[in-house]
Design a protein around this ligand. Structure first.
Ligand SMILES: Nc1ncnc2c1ncn2[C@@H]1O[C@H](COP(=O)(O)OP(=O)(O)O)[C@@H](O)[C@H]1O
Ligand SMILES: [Mg+2]
Length: 295
């Protein structure tokens, strides 16, 4: 299998007066070109920290160990300057709350144009303008030329998420990281954004690292999934395997929590697991299906 992103034995720890806290604990996974891979787990399980570590966007005080190989180049060893050149071009990220990523006082057209200019300096002003409008059109913002000079607050939450997706894809990254991109949206808009992501993914053939606490959302978008608990991957398999034959008790608790999550999707998720688990090593129990505990 070809590999685009290979995360090897990644660990992230934070130190404070209270001691050292390992937010991500020795995780490994890989994503093939064009593949859609998900991380799922309750709040605080280490999903966002993993994605931020991949793009080197963590607080410099975070202690990061392991390797992040993108096309065999180890991103954890790049200079800051080289990493800046890759972030947004090779891999781009969208977040749960577009308002944290968008500048509230700059027009959306200008923001997209800037994102283009950072990585495609050779383009003329007119070409950048044209690409920015095409980008807005590709995410179905109605009448993009007329909306070019509008600021983020003049758009609905769903439209802002579309704009952020347009901005992330504008330099045609080979990997899109989407961290809970639909969690803050109501159910109808969530379905529209998932449709859009699926469509754009197909059109661009970018790979995707999709992050969610909700297995029912993951099932709609990902081919494979890793279940995270307390910084560790406890089970990893295709979505079909996870739904048909979940092995780890925590995975089964997540599956059981799906209907409740649907009713209160924006609430922080914590999952009670039936009984204690003696987690062992992650072992492959059938082709492509890994787990730390067997049913
Ligand atoms: N900058 C930080 N400093 C200290 N602890 C952090 C920091 N960022 C995240 N954490 C901790 O790391 C753990 C994992 O967080 P996170 O990856 O955000 O979880 P989630 O799975 O909900 O995305 C949590 O315990 C969180 O409190
Ligand atoms: Mg998170």
């Amino acid at each position: 299998m070809q590999t685009l992103l290979q995360v090897e034995r990644l660990s992230v720890a934070f130190s404070s007066d209270a001691g050292r806290h390992c937010a991500v604990d020795d995780i490994s996974f890989s994503i093939a070109p064009g593949e859609s891979f998900a991380l799922v787990g309750e709040s605080g399980s280490g999903k966002s920290v993993t994605s931020l570590a991949i793009l080197r966007l963590l607080d410099p005080r975070a202690q990061v160990a392991g390797n992040v190989l993108f096309d065999r180049e180890n991103w954890l060893q790049l200079s800051e300057r080289d990493m800046t050149a890759r972030c947004g071009r090779d891999a781009a990220m969208i977040f749960q709350e577009p308002m944290t990523a968008l500048n509230p006082v700059m027009s959306i057209g200008k923001q997209i144009a800037e994102a283009i200019r950072i990585h495609q300096r050779e383009l003329s002003r007119a070409a950048v303008h044209r690409r920015a409008i095409e980008a807005l059109d590709s995410v179905s913002i109605p009448d993009p030329a007329a909306r070019f000079d509008d600021c983020p607050h003049q758009f609905s939450g769903g439209q802002r998420q579309r704009i952020m997706i347009a901005m992330a894809l504008v330099n045609r990254p080979r990997l899109l990281i989407a961290d809970e991109p639909t969690t803050a949206l109501d159910v109808t808009v969530q379905a529209q954004i998932l449709d859009l992501l699926r469509e754009l993914k197909q059109r661009s053939n970018a790979a995707m690292l999709f992050i969610s606490h909700d297995l029912s959302v993951v099932a709609q978008i990902a081919e494979r999934v890793a279940v995270m608990r307390r910084g560790k991957i406890v089970e990893m398999a295709t979505c079909a395997q996870i739904f048909a034959d979940p092995q780890h008790p925590y995975t089964r608790s997540l599956l059981a929590a799906v209907p409740t999550m649907r009713s209160r999707r924006d609430a922080p998720l914590t999952v009670a697991m039936d009984g204690a688990v003696a987690d062992g090593e992650l072992i492959e129990i059938s082709s492509g299906h890994w787990t730390r505990a067997r049913r």
